[in-house]
Ligand binder design. Structure first.
Ligand code: FCB
Length: 473
């Protein structure tokens, strides 16, 4: 059922090169972060609260009672962090802009002190010969916009487009790589249906409205940025997904996998690439008296052409259409879509390690949607053990990265057009509802002192990049 993967050979540079055969010569390697997870400085230079500032201070929402107030103090340590990237051969750095830092309150003029931070960051990156990759929205909606209804409300899409254009006009001269949204599935489903992320609401019909307005905001921003572009512009939308496999060949399990793929992938890709919502999902929504709030002209805006599809991949899942009691519908009459464990090893997040799902996903996306792809996030949290110097010999993370980079190369050999790989993450950081305990960094952060210590994986990744570039390790 799944693709068999040749394990990547990291024991010799010849073996590594053979495992990576298929990656194009121009393939870019880098790392990714997001503003709220690393910046700290939540009340400095005019920044106002985002939905994450509010959510994290609600008791019980974040593990260990952690809050994102300090992050990794990147706002004050940015030059040190850029130097660490330069020293580790990082070619591309994907970071996000904090909306309430550059446009406090989510509407009105740009805050000069807030945008100045990103001015400095871009200049520092360019001086270090690192390609900047901007994400405009990585979940930190200004609280005032949530108070006005948040993403379930249409006006938020227009607020996002105004913000996106204003930032692009100020920073677009120094990079052509722009991602509009990071993972609208998380914003809509975890934020508005499941309440597991900010703003913590739990209404499925609100979540579907949020999906539409996130996509509309993306399309409006894409149109306006395209019109304003004075030079090259590579527009990207980043989606998170795995490959959805049926647990067995039964019709019920195949229907469950189709629905999981629909909610995780097609609900976003079909409107953006094909200009329509998937009919099978609309039927499921209608059965729950839910309609997508499409206004005439919306689908043309949403399907404004983009240049690249950003994929964030962590795991793949197997689905059954039968629950533990043997039923195929739940109490509300909805078809069962149940994720089943396959017993594979898991990361510290409890996510199964499924690199072959990465290959299958990329090959399928290439076939069904045809867009060039960049891996805008991939990585793993493990229970790191630091020695007395703060050093972590994270062989588990290296194995994860190696097998997943190998999976990308394998997809390229099967014809997928994948142009880059950005590891999540540069630094251990504030992992949303999981707090600071779940460490994804190539670089360890001691959250007491904010000291940075590169892990073994950082050196491994540096050597891999150098060897791919034909430079000595
Ligand atoms: C993704 C998010 C990123 C990080 C990783 C582990 O869903 O985009 O911010 O939390 O998961």
């Amino acid at each position: 059922m799944e693709t068999q993967l040749d394990p990547i050979d990291t024991t010799s540079s010849a073996g590594l090169r053979a495992s990576l055969a298929g990656l194009p010569a121009s393939f870019r390697f880098g790392v990714a972060t997001s503003a709220y997870q690393i910046e700290g400085a939540i009340a400095e230079d005019g920044r106002t609260p985002s939905i994450w500032d509010t959510y994290c201070h609600v008791p019980g929402m974040i593990e260990n009672g952690d809050v994102g107030d300090a992050g990794c103090d990147h706002y004050h340590r940015m030059p040190e962090d850029v130097a660490l990237m330069r020293d580790h051969a990082i070619g591309t750095y994907r970071f996000s802009i904090s909306w309430p830092r550059v446009q406090p309150g989510g509407r009105g003029p740009i805050n000069p002190a807030g945008i100045a931070f990103y001015d400095r960051l871009l200049d520092e990156l360019l001086a270090a010969e690192i390609e900047p990759w901007v994400t405009l929205y990585h979940w930190d909606l200004p609280q005032e916009l949530e108070d006005a209804g948040g993403w379930p409300v249409r006006d938020t899409a227009y607020r996002f487009a105004d913000y996106a254009l204003a930032v692009y006009e100020r920073l677009g001269d120094r990079t052509s790589h722009w991602t509009t949204l990071n993972e609208p599935w998380c914003s809509a489903m975890l934020g508005y249906a499941e309440g597991r992320q900010a703003p913590g609401r739990t209404d499925f019909s609100d979540a579907i409205r949020a999906v539409h307005h996130l996509l509309l905001g993306h399309g409006l921003a894409a149109q306006r940025m395209r019109q304003a572009a004075k030079g090259p512009l590579e527009l990207c939308l980043t989606l998170n997904m795995g490959h959805a496999y049926p647990a067995t060949d039964s019709a019920a399990d195949q229907a469950a996998a189709r629905r999981a793929d629909g909610m995780g992938a097609r609900l976003y890709l079909d409107p953006v690439v094909l200009g329509r919502y998937p009919m099978d999902l609309l039927e499921d929504f209608a059965a729950q008296q839910i309609t997508v709030p499409v206004v005439d002209g919306d689908m043309e805006i949403i399907s404004t052409p983009i240049d690249l599809l950003g994929i964030n991949y962590y795991s793949s899942h197997f689905f059954s259409g039968v629950d533990e009691q043997g039923r195929t519908t739940d109490d509300a009459g909805r078809p069962v879509v149940r994720m089943v464990s396959t017993g594979r090893p898991v990361t510290a997040m409890g996510w199964e390690i499924v690199p072959e799902g990465f290959t299958d996903l990329l090959v399928r996306l290439a076939k069904d949607y045809g867009l060039p792809i960049v891996i805008t996030e991939n990585g793993a949290a493990f229970d790191d053990v630091a020695d007395e110097r703060g050093f972590v010999a994270d062989h588990d993370r290296i194995a994860y990265l190696a097998s997943h980079i190998g999976a990308v190369a394998s997809a390229c050999r099967q014809g997928a057009d994948v142009r880059g790989y950005l590891a999540w993450s540069l630094l251990d950081n504030f992992e949303w509802s999981y707090g600071y305990d779940k460490r994804f960094g190539l670089i360890r952060v001691d959250f007491e002192t904010m000291r940075r210590t590169p892990k073994l994986s950082a050196a491994w990744y540096r050597d891999l990049i150098r060897s791919v570039q034909g430079k000595p390790a």
